[in-house]
Write a protein that binds this ligand. Sequence first.
Ligand SMILES: Nc1ncnc2c1ncn2[C@@H]1O[C@H](COP(=O)(O)OP(=O)(O)OP(=O)(O)O)[C@@H](O)[C@H]1O
Ligand SMILES: [Mg+2]
Length: 501
Amino acid sequence: MSQDVPAVEAVNLVKSFGGVRALQGASLAAAAGEVHALVGENGAGKSTVIKALGGRVQPDGGEIRIGGRQVRLPAPPTAHALGAWTVFQELTLLPGMTVAENLLLAREPRTRLGLVDRRRLAANAESVLAGLGVHHIDPRALVEDIPLAERQMVEIVRAISHDPRILFLDEPTSSLVEREVVWLFGQIRRLRAKGACIVFTSHRWNEIRSIADRITVFRGGRDVGCFTELSEEDAVTLMTGQRVETFFPPLPAAPRAADHRPALEVRNLAAPRLRPVSFAVAPGEVLGIGGLAGHGHRELFLALFGAGRATGGQVLLDGKPVRLRNPREAERAGIALVPEDRKSEGLLLPMSVRDNLSLALLRRLSRAGLLRRGLERQMAGGEVQRLKVRTASLAAPVGTLSGGNQQKVLLGRWLLTDPRVLLLYDVTRGVDVATKHEIFELMMRLAGEGRAILFYSSDAEELAHLGHRVLVMREGRMAAELRAPGITAEHVVSAAVRDAA
Ligand SMILES: Nc1ncnc2c1ncn2[C@@H]1O[C@H](COP(=O)(O)OP(=O)(O)OP(=O)(O)O)[C@@H](O)[C@H]1O
Ligand SMILES: [Mg+2]
């Protein structure tokens, strides 16, 4: 393949879904030996272009070229035959099958009688995984039983194991934690060194900066530029058409603990992987929780939402002890949890935006005896406007929304329950910069209204700028308490990794 012929090209692609014009003349060209980032707001058309290049969606117009030759990709196998493999944003593994079956689908080892050789299947899968440096995933496990991050890794391993010449990764890091991202970037660099072409999407600028050779920006279904150097600020301007002035909104004045009874108080709360922890959050306070994956923050959030097993301790809301044996009790007490993982928790994709939004409301709305459809529509509509959810209508299935817009529906759903304490668990994953900004402003507004907010983020920058205080967890306990103003991402990270001497 000649150096100046792109490995893969989309030329003026056009695609509509019903009335939604997802692509309106979208072009993209990526070279062999290059890591090419595709960035843009939620709904800009990134996934649609990747699906078209992977043979999963048929464009209404435009051209696709691979190695300089125009191709038609009626289905993924046609793309595979040309050396192009895709990791789609929404996972495609079959949940009822094992990891090994998914990994080696259509290339299973056979016995002499032509049956699938189960023993060799698992062994082969294990060596595929190990060959790519993955040792902690059991090839015999059912996909539905393994955590989302592992599913994402299986999906990536499956694509990479075909030794692709062209690899599309649509938000591959949105369900991974730090160590796995390092692993993935190692694999991407290795493939690039072998001359592969890698196209990936991400909403995290530090990832783009660290690995992309070039960046194509999408806006409203078309490309608006391709760059080798681009600052985050300029990227945001190109993506949104506006200058986002201050990325992090100012914190409302810190409530003085002495003036209030805490909205939430946790005394010696213990759970598996969680040593007894104690802390309090005042009304109007934003408390950040930091720490690396596996150091207890997840267990803390789940225990507070009644979804994890607390083995001891006490939780008080407005000074009154509450029992949180299940999420319903937590919800009734006034605690809402917005989880990060919209793919397997929370969102019912075939259901409409309106039905999803009103799920958490059912109890409130049906109190009068029957579900009040009009009120429901009004509240759902208000929330869609407040969060600027991009959807064709309230009746559209959530599954047809772009990833970031699905995330907003999830957030809106819990806001409708009017919680006293809001637990936000890495809610900005997969959310574009402009939407992140809106979510941050919403957080500040909710704090200003006197709600208590406890939030975890895998992005230390967010913790540093958005918390009145940040508690950093290490090995299941609170290792450090940082106080605004003056918290930096470096403070948060170094408190999280400092050796427990
Ligand atoms: N199957 C579908 N049915 C209806 N509309 C769709 C479908 N797939 C995509 N869309 C719409 O097409 C537009 C582009 O969506 P796409 O998923 O390509 O965005 P994206 O850039 O990948 O966004 P994100 O960053 O949120 O993943 C959106 O308005 C989306 O709602
Ligand atoms: Mg997408």
